[in-house]
Design a protein around this ligand. Sequence first.
Ligand code: SAM
Length: 233
Amino acid sequence: MLQIDLISIFPEYLAPLKLSLLGKAQDKQLLSINIHDLRDQTADVHHSVDDTPYGGGAGMVMSPVAWGDAIDQITKDDEIVDLIILTPAGRKFTQKIALEFSKSKHIIFACGRYEGIDARVGQYYADKANFRVHEISIGDYVLGGGEVAAMVIIEATARLIPGVLGNPDSLKEESHSITGDGEDLLVEYPNYTKPANWRGLEVPQVLLSGNHGEIAKWRKAQAERRTRELGSE
Ligand code: SAM
């Protein structure tokens, strides 16, 4: 069972994590997802979690005090924890990292807002023996908060946990799939279903031929073509 805790000032933002594949994985007890409101850690009347940046500049920075209290409350000293701090300045998320996270037992997502989280939070937990700290970005653009990024990472990670997908064969031949030999850098071939003619557009004949060898050859060529075209963009 993978335990996932998310800490955010907008817990409502994370409601879709109960749906679809992730909801079923929780029912099957392959996954447990717990959402925590960072503001529950604050004692002041305004429940403030941010303050002005040292050194000046625009915006507000999330204070390490509430973050430290929230993280401590959901961790035990005798467990290994992967703490994912979401930031556009982090390592770019890939299928390979999703596979690494799918083997974890406990992941905590720190969803930042404003100008981000005080840098000492990552530094403090990186020095603890039972924490692995990952600063992760989902792409070279800036979101308003880490919630959507956390959902992207959870969805990509959870479907790699054995038992989560109804048909594990769905993971084979997927775009960016990782085989025993390493990363398969091809994206997937195009897919078609019934009807064979839709608005004048025919499904490629080879897929209707029943010749598995020819179908495999065609799909490989299509995957290579798509990958090449992406590379030249
Ligand atoms: N001042 C930060 C910077 O320039 O790197 C941007 C802060 S952003 C407005 C607020 C929060 O959104 C971040 O703390 C992070 O949690 C989240 N965020 C924004 N873009 C992200 C991305 N590309 N990947 C992951 N998280 C992101």
